[in-house]
Design a protein around this ligand. Structure first.
Ligand code: NAD
Length: 432
């Protein structure tokens, strides 16, 4: 099949390259010329394990192309995926759909034969209806079909998630388009992915409901962790104890910092805005957002307690600053709230992240990037394990630290408290 991905970010690039690997001809389009020129030279704009190899393989065999020419790419394709960003509006909590609508306008100018236009971006209920209206202004209704096909991949596991999804959701009232897409996904369905066919609005809501539910699970265990800290219980025991119940499930049940990333914060806010539009009160999700927004403040209060209320001039090391491991994505990472706060209160901060220096901290006083774990840890008073990269799991603090009074705040509970204590250091975890 001839496919066009509009937007070559985490979702457009990963799904585009995976579709090409399944034998389709794919053009990944982006308006960012630097990104596209880089990709043509084999420069991958994001950190995602396995992505570079797959891009090079499919670019070299010419099934995968990169372009900034939207009009030409649309004309050459039968199926067009919208993979542009849907961030939170600058003034408000709803999804900013300007990228979606401007791409839809561009598409409407270039439809030369029947096209299926698919929202792979996460879009609020009724967005498909709006896209249909935009297209109808320029194109006859029998020349296009607007379908919803939300993407569930996780950064850091994106290729695996795309190739082995739990389910493929297609939302459309048009049988012909559904069959074409079922055919496109047939190689994944034959490997065990469930195919779910709904109307368009249901498919749009499935994505938001899924993200809101996962955000709720994380927030739930984070609050239970707060109780564990007060009652001398290890929250890890609770995660295992309830997670083994098949009705609950163990995933997304690890206590830690506030959830962040490019999806949960914006999608929980957007579903509330949609519900408000339809005069429905999503009180559970509202309380999740509130709890999560207070979480970084709670952990900062704990940091202050660990340092005996003396943050000024303390040398603090952050291990990992991205919102989770195996990605370079900084969007809504809790480190973006914690590091500026600690800097403002006089701490001297070094951070190490396997994906390198972050421009987000360029202008923050007394914050520097360390090129190695050992340099970051060396003379610190407090090490904060912020992101659970494998690189950090077997650090020997005794070898690296020059301070006898080093304190370790393990925000992901990856270290054994007993082992750290045996090395002579003070250990603090989450909910333990
Ligand atoms: P991103 O910001 O990484 O990429 C979006 C790309 O679209 C950018 O490169 C931008 O330049 C390009 N773009 C915008 N308007 C364009 C236009 N008119 N023509 C061509 N290119 C255009 O975004 P992302 O993280 O890939 O997310 C895309 C969508 O997928 C969002 O709705 C997001 O919620 C959803 N989603 C993201 C993930 C994830 O893990 N990142 C997972 C599932 C779903």
């Amino acid at each position: 099949m001839k496919l066009c991905m509009i937007g070559t970010g985490y979702v457009g690039l990963v799904s585009g390259v995976c579709f090409s690997d399944l034998g389709n001809d794919v053009i990944c389009v982006d308006k960012d010329k630097r990104k596209i020129n880089g990709l043509k030279k084999g420069i991958i704009p994001i950190y995602e394990p396995g992505l570079k190899e797959l891009v090079l393989k499919n670019y070299n065999n010419k099934r995968l192309k990169f372009s900034t020419d939207l009009e030409d790419s649309i004309k050459k394709s039968d199926v067009i995926f919208l993979c542009v960003g849907t961030p939170t509006k600058k003034n408000g909590n709803g999804a900013d759909l300007s990228q979606i609508f401007s791409a839809a306008k561009e598409i409407s100018k270039s439809i030369n034969k029947f096209k299926i236009i698919i929202t792979k971006s996460t879009v609020p209920v009724t967005t498909g209806d709006e896209i249909e209206k935009i297209l109808s202004k320029k194109v006859k209704k029998n020349k296009f079909s607007v379908v919803s096909n939300p993407e569930f991949l996780r950064e850091g596991e994106a290729i695996r998630d795309f190739v082995y999804p739990d389910r493929v959701v297609i939302g459309s009232n048009d049988k012909k388009s559904k069959m074409i897409l079922k055919n496109l996904y047939a190689p994944l369905i034959s490997k065990g992915a469930k195919f779910i066919s709904t109307n368009r609005r249901a498919s749009e809501l499935i994505k938001y409901a899924a993200n809101a539910f996962l955000a709720t699970k994380i927030t739930f265990i984070n609050e239970i962790a707060n109780l564990c800290e007060k009652t001398n219980i290890d929250v890890e025991d609770i995660s295992i104890g309830i997670g083994l119940d098949k009705r609950i499930g163990s995933r997304f049940l690890r206590a830690g910092p506030a959830y962040g990333g490019s999806c949960f914060p914006k999608d929980t806010k957007a579903i509330i805005t949609t519900a408000d539009k339809f005069r429905t009160d999503l009180s559970v999700i509202k309380s999740v957002i509130k709890s999560n927004s207070l979480r970084s403040k709670l952990l900062l209060k704990k940091i202050s307690e660990i340092l005996n209320q003396r943050i000024k001039n303390k040398k603090i090391c952050f291990l990992g600053v991205t919102f989770k491991a195996n990605t370079d994505d900084m969007r809504d990472s809790s480190s973006l709230e914690m590091i500026p706060y600690l800097s403002k209160n006089g701490a001297k901060i070094k951070y190490y992240d396997p994906t390198g220096i972050k421009k987000e901290f360029d202008k923050i006083k007394n914050v520097s990037f360390s090129k190695s774990i050992s340099y970051a840890v060396k003379d610190s008073d407090l090490v904060i394990l912020h992101t659970e990269w494998n690189d950090f799991k077997s650090i020997n603090f005794k070898k690296l630290s020059t301070s006898k009074n080093l304190k370790i705040y393990d925000m992901r509970n990856i270290f054994s408290p007993d082992k750290i204590k045996a090395q002579g250091f003070k250990y603090f975890g989450i909910g333990r």
